[in-house]
Design a protein around this ligand. Structure first.
Ligand SMILES: [Zn+2]
Length: 63
């Protein structure tokens, strides 16, 4: 599972060479921001689930 502010890795690295994205919006659409070049990508939740490889860092480890 993923949550707002988590850091994730995608199956395809960004064009800038980095593969570390922060989830900055979760809703019907998901917005992620490249942590290196600050580029923002928006995609549907279904696309995101398909393209995300793994969660690198949880924003909150409360559970
Ligand atoms: Zn980038």
């Amino acid at each position: 599972m993923f949550d707002l502010n988590d850091i994730v890795e995608m199956k395809k690295p960004h064009a800038c060479g980095a593969n570390r994205w922060q989830i900055i919006r979760v809703g019907a659409d998901i917005k992620i921001q490249c942590t290196q070049c600050q580029h923002i990508v928006m995609m549907s939740r279904r696309d995101f689930t398909r393209k995300m490889k793994k969660v690198l860092e949880k924003a909150a480890d409360s559970e």
